[in-house]
Ligand binder design. Structure first.
Ligand SMILES: *Cc1c(COP(=O)(O)O)cnc(C)c1O
Length: 236
């Protein structure tokens, strides 16, 4: 099956790139298969094959397809990789195991408030999204504000922040952005780095990515309605 072949190829390439990343021995990053725009019938073969880590960029889309899949297959780990509006926090915390787009004070505070009062929370950890390219249209905390923001989330709000995420600018080499993200993670004692997509995951892995986010290299180009990852939604 083409889908499984693509998946196996990504896995092999990621592992090979991991061998080049000298610090850890035989390191293989986690592959987050990005399923936005794809329905359960496209996703199921990957679940049947044994893959368990997936990413979605919209809360509502995830709510439509993942509860049934989570019921059918155990141990699914679902990551939110798109911008989160404060009015969707409750829903997001109920369905996503990991939220990678913690990117502003108001959102962090809304999450902390919901964490304190809700019983029905699936989310176990967070990544802070950093706008490494300082692009106006893109979400993420600015690099120069990252240290304070991470500290605020961890120490004041007691949120389990474990890593950083970035989406480099479309043009130009991504390596500077991956290096910057890693530097910020190191000085804040964060262990995990979500960086690298279909076009640049091998570079990301050689630079220390622990999580890569792969959509089109597995499913083919998205055909309809896909929000590009650089589209910022609102910042409320
Ligand atoms: C869609 C998306 C991806 C996957 O992109 P591909 O180029 O299809 O691999 C990765 N990260 C984010 C944040 C996305 O929105």
């Amino acid at each position: 099956m083409q889908l499984i072949d693509n998946y196996s190829e990504i896995k092999a390439k990621a592992r090979k790139a991991g061998e080049k990343y000298g610090i850890r021995e035989s390191f293989a990053p986690e592959i987050i298969i990005v399923t936005k725009t794809h329905g359960p019938e496209a996703i199921s073969p990957l679940l049947e094959y044994g893959h368990r880590i997936f990413g979605e960029n919209r809360v509502q889309e995830a709510q439509k397809k993942w509860p049934a899949l989570k019921e059918k297959f155990s141990n699914i780990e679902l990551h939110l990789i798109g911008p989160l509006q404060t009015n969707k926090v409750k829903e997001a915390l109920e369905i996503f195991d990991v939220i990678q787009t913690l990117d502003r004070q108001k959102l962090a505070e809304a999450i902390a408030k919901e964490f304190a009062k809700s019983k029905n929370i699936a989310t176990k950890s967070f990544f802070v999204q950093v706008n490494t390219g300082e692009e106006a249209q893109k979400s993420g905390i600015l690099p120069q504000e990252a240290d304070n923001f991470i500290k605020y989330c961890k120490e004041t709000l007691k949120l389990p922040v474990i890593g950083l995420m970035c989406i480099p600018p479309i043009s130009g080499p991504p390596s500077l952005h991956f290096a910057l993200l890693r530097k910020i993670a190191e000085r804040n004692n964060l262990k995990y780095l979500s960086m690298g997509m279909s076009s640049d995951f091998e570079i990301a892995v050689t630079m220390g990515a622990t999580h890569i986010r792969i959509g089109s290299a597995i499913f083919g180009e998205r055909k309809y309605g896909a929000k590009k990852p650089h589209n910022k939604q609102d910042n409320n």
